[in-house]
Design a protein around this ligand. Structure first.
Ligand code: KIV
Ligand code: ZN
Length: 390
């Protein structure tokens, strides 16, 4: 690994408890939110977006309690671009050792039409609300919602206004998962190059996964100069979700040779929090989900199992232990070969000669054709049938 420098550090902003919880059906209880926030804090997440304090009394109380509980992480709350939202947000996050206000407004033509503000009126609103937030808190994040569908000139103009008004982080949301990696990078590069004062703030990337490109878009933005990734555990979030924390963190770790950036996440805590978020949100993780899916470190086919038994690097690019799993799994099924069966038999205490193994293998294949997965008990039963017949 190359030497780490401050410029290569990527800040992880987790929004499982805000954007993740906004996913229809993913509501969590107060206690569950506190538990997840504690786990995020312990795994080294830099900023926890704990909720949207004006949205409900429950959200306000959860953000307040998380702010009081947090040990290391910055605690952030979301606020629309009005003084009432911002004041309510501050009331909740001010209890944190390190509070942040995150205020946003939709800047694309489609979103400008909703509050019916013209470009100048919106620019003035941005100036006034960011100034107000900054008067309350010295850590202010501003987001132009639907940035990736906002006219570039206007985006540069409003980003400059937000910086001048005191924003310390500028987040560039791909609200509807519309961008693609090259465009995501170009947008960040353009803002950094063109906007006066850009070098005084941190640029963040906030991607949604509607076209399945959230992780690629976030990493492309980092390569172009963004230094904060907004993400959620298991990619939980509106519609197709947000960038998955485990994907960007492991991508930066595994491919550090071509993406020389680092985070402070303790990756061995990934599996635990993934399971807990799945349980409390009620959103199961798909079996083939990158990093945390049940099959992410499982190999059934004969060729793969044989390779894995000889050298784990043949079919695994990271160690299961790095995300907190005990090890690889080699489930036995109809695609498995003799090597995996022999290894399983050895684990179960059987040591067979080649001709005995051949007999068991024939029976095993017949069973595997009838069953999706062959368990240890099935193998033990096969062995006792073999013994009684022999
Ligand atoms: O996707 C989005 O635009 C958001 C903003 C509130 C940052 O979640
Ligand atoms: Zn979002």
């Amino acid at each position: 690994m190359t030497e780490k420098t401050k410029q290569d550090r990527v800040v992880i902003f987790d929004t499982t408890l805000r954007d993740g919880e906004q996913s229809p059906g993913a509501t969590m209880t107060h206690e569950e939110k506190l538990e997840i926030a504690e786990m995020l804090d312990e795994m080294g997440v830099d900023i926890i977006e704990a909720g949207f304090p004006i949205a409900s009394e429950g959200d306000f109380e959860a953000v307040t309690a998380i702010a009081r509980q947090a040990k290391q992480a910055v605690i952030c709350g979301l606020a629309r671009a009005n003084f009432k939202d911002i004041d309510r947000c501050w009331e909740a996050v001010k209890h944190a050792k390190r509070p942040r206000i995150h205020t946003f407004i939709g800047t694309s033509p489609l979103h400008r039409a909703i509050p019916n503000l013209d470009m100048d009126q919106m620019a003035e609103r941005i100036h006034d609300t960011v100034t107000h937030a900054r008067n309350l808190c010295d850590n202010v994040q501003w987001s132009p919602m639907d940035a990736t569908r906002t006219e570039h000139d206007y985006l540069c103009r409003v980003v400059e206004i937000a910086i001048r008004a005191g924003a310390t982080t500028i987040n560039i949301p791909d609200t509807v998962g519309y961008t693609a990696p090259r465009e995501s990078a170009d947008l960040i590069r353009m803002l950094i190059d063109k906007v006066p004062g850009a070098d005084e703030v941190v640029f963040a990337t906030h991607c949604h996964n509607d076209l399945g490109m959230a992780t690629a878009n976030a990493l492309a933005a980092v390569e172009a100069g963004a230094r904060q990734i907004e993400c959620t555990i298991n990619g939980l979030g509106e519609r197709a979700g947000n960038t998955a924390l485990e994907e960007v963190v492991m991508a930066l770790k595994v491919r550090n040779d071509i993406m020389p950036f680092y985070t402070q996440i303790d990756t061995t805590k990934i599996m635990n929090i993934s399971r807990r978020v799945a349980a409390v949100s009620g959103f199961p993780v798909q079996y083939n989900k990158a990093i945390v899916g049940k099959n992410a470190f499982a190999h059934e086919s004969g060729i793969h199992q044989d390779g894995m038994l000889k050298n784990a690097e043949t079919f695994e690019i990271m160690r299961p232990q790095d995300i907190g799993l005990a090890g690889t799994s080699l489930p036995l099924g109809k695609h498995s070969g003799r090597a995996a069966l022999r290894s399983k038999l050895n684990d179960l205490g059987y040591d067979l000669a080649d001709n005995q193994l051949n007999d068991v293998f024939v029976r095993f294949k017949a069973l595997a054709d009838r069953k999706k997965e062959v368990y240890d008990e099935d193998i033990i039963a096969l062995m006792s049938d073999q013994a009684s017949e022999g």
